[in-house]
Design a protein around this ligand. Structure first.
Ligand code: 5GP
Ligand code: MN
Length: 334
């Protein structure tokens, strides 16, 4: 948590006169959108407006969250996004820890005059004016709740805040299953339910939203799962042509990488997907126990993330990327 003196300083910055902006990472996920909206609703409850700016659009299954459609999407409204960041007095940076994770907004963030406040749970954060970084907490949404508590404002938590924070905790813990899910996580979840978050409403809005095209893509991916390194590493992939053929929509491949990890004996799963428009391959890594995919992805694939969930990129072809991956993973102790 921020120190008591930092909290006091942050408190003096949070006034209706100051322009407050909330930024989150490229390809926003449930935790990114949930923490941004949760914080926005909290500030609103304090009588303070805040603008959310995201680098690019997010999936439809996150757009049921209250006021999600008010977020400014940088890739569609470049000038508006630039002006907002440039003129801000305070910028909250949520669920990312390096300007390199927010696409075109990164440069604008670096040059902005605002005080920059980081709240994030990824490994190896860069420098910000105020830093609340905790890599043991499973979701930035949980950190927003701790921040609200530390500000002495738990009583302000309302249904809007509760729904958004619940969603991010649920998605980043894979439904309260992943390793860093703790008793504290469940206590906060209990509080959020008491404040009006409805687990079945949130789950069905967020997860029971498959389209037929997503299931067909999943079938394709599952049919070709490859397991290497004595059954310890699973490889999944999709080409651009396949994405086009099945009418890929943003978010359609979310969670595919987890199927690799569900195979008995598999310690690491990697999902490779050609970008729909540009010549690069997006990679998702998931792992179990002490296999550190954050380090692995940083070292070999220009990426990062958490110990058991990380992502990266490759400018090589899909086939070469997978070959490179197989060679790299041979050298890992698993
Ligand atoms: P996903 O596989 O769901 O895209 O990402 C898993 C985790 O790794 C997320 O916490 C995400 O923020 C992080 N991550 C994904 N891609 C990248 C990347 O290219 N660079 C870094 N530093 N982190 C990434
Ligand atoms: Mn997160």
């Amino acid at each position: 948590m921020f120190t008591p003196s930092e909290l006091l300083e942050i408190n003096t910055l949070l006034t209706p006169e100051n322009k407050i902006v909330i930024l989150t990472h490229y390809n926003p996920d449930g935790d990114a959108v949930g923490s941004s909206l949760g914080l926005r609703h909290y500030l609103k409850a304090k009588g303070i407006d805040a603008e959310i700016v995201v680098p690019n659009d997010f999936p439809k299954f996150l757009k049921w969250m209250p006021e999600s459609r008010k977020a400014i999407i940088g890739e569609y409204k470049r000038k508006v996004a630039f002006d907002i960041i440039n003129e801000a007095d305070v910028i909250f940076c949520l669920d990312f820890n390096s300007p390199s994770r927010i696409g075109i907004l990164g440069d604008w963030l670096i040059h902005a005059k605002a005080k920059k406040i980081l709240i994030d749970h990824h490994q190896q954060p860069e420098k910000f004016d105020f830093v609340y970084s905790d890599t043991v907490i499973p979701a930035t949404c949980q950190m927003i709740y701790h921040f609200i508590e530390a500000m002495g404002d738990e009583k302000l938590v309302n249904k809007d805040i509760a729904e958004c924070l619940y969603t991010g905790i649920m998605t980043d813990t894979g439904g309260f299953r992943f390793r860093s899910t703790s008793a504290a996580t469940h206590r906060i979840i209990a509080n959020l339910i008491e404040k009006g978050a409805d687990p079945s409403f949130i789950t069905s809005n967020t997860w029971d939203t498959n389209t037929v095209s997503r299931l067909h893509l999943l079938a394709l991916v599952l049919a070709r799962i490859e397991v290497v390194k004595d059954g310890k590493v699973a490889i999944l992939s999709l080409t651009r042509n396949e994405l086009k053929e099945y009418g890929f929509q943003k978010g359609d491949t979310e969670g595919f990488v987890n199927y690799g990890l569900s195979i008995m004996g598999v310690k690491m799963s990697a999902f490779f997907m050609e970008d729909l428009y540009e010549d690069f391959v997006k990679i998702s890594f998931r792992s179990k126990d002490d296999m550190d995919v954050n380090q692995f992805s940083r070292k070999y694939f220009n990426g990062g993330g958490h110990i058991n969930a990380a992502g990266g990129k490759s400018d090589e072809s899909l086939q070469n990327t997978i070959e490179t991956f197989k060679n790299r993973v041979e050298g890992e102790a698993l």
